[in-house]
Ligand binder design. Sequence first.
Ligand code: NI
Ligand code: MN
Length: 228
Amino acid sequence: MGLKYIWYGHGTSGLETGGYKVLIDPYFTDNPAASAHADEVEADFIVVSHGHGDHIADAVAIAGRTGALVISNFEIVNWLTAQGVEKTHPQHIGGGFKHPFGYLKLTQALHGSGLPDGSYGGNPAGILLTTNAGEKVYLACDTGLFPGMTLIGEEGIDLAVLPIGDNFTMGPDDALRAVKMIQPKHVIPVHYNTWPPIEQDPHAWAARVEAETSTQAHVLKPGESFSL
Ligand code: NI
Ligand code: MN
């Protein structure tokens, strides 16, 4: 065990496992909730869940500075390659691949994926990582509630990272239903309080989770981390 999850604010996360740093949905510049700068964050790998600017904005710059390999869907990888990103690995929904840091599978997400310049970004995804030590982490990324979360839960999830902001993604009520479907050991809420339309009380949500499920809810401030 020893997986470390870092919340950088909004939908931007980091995972540290087996000595590797995996950065997910890098959005620092112009992110009102960001806890770090794009020019200082470290990454060996970058995963992009979908094409929206609040998830991909700093991917090209950070990949260029760090030399990180970028993992995303086929369409986004093609777009990143055209932007000058040199090291990429395309996957697609339902497909997993054994990377050095673990087995990463892209899952269904109910959302959009248009890229910042209007290019087609394929279908949005969630991320299911099985580390080399066997821990399972599910980042739903931007999504509405969908029945397949029950299937994801059947994998035995140690940590789920779920959006609770409402408006663009699941809100608190549906995110609570998601916890009941996934039944993770631990859950962390994200994608809230960045802007007024997604203002939520994460502590109230965490209290509901712990009252109605056996999952432990952890509310982080941007920049804080949680370790399994
Ligand atoms: Ni989005
Ligand atoms: Mn988003």
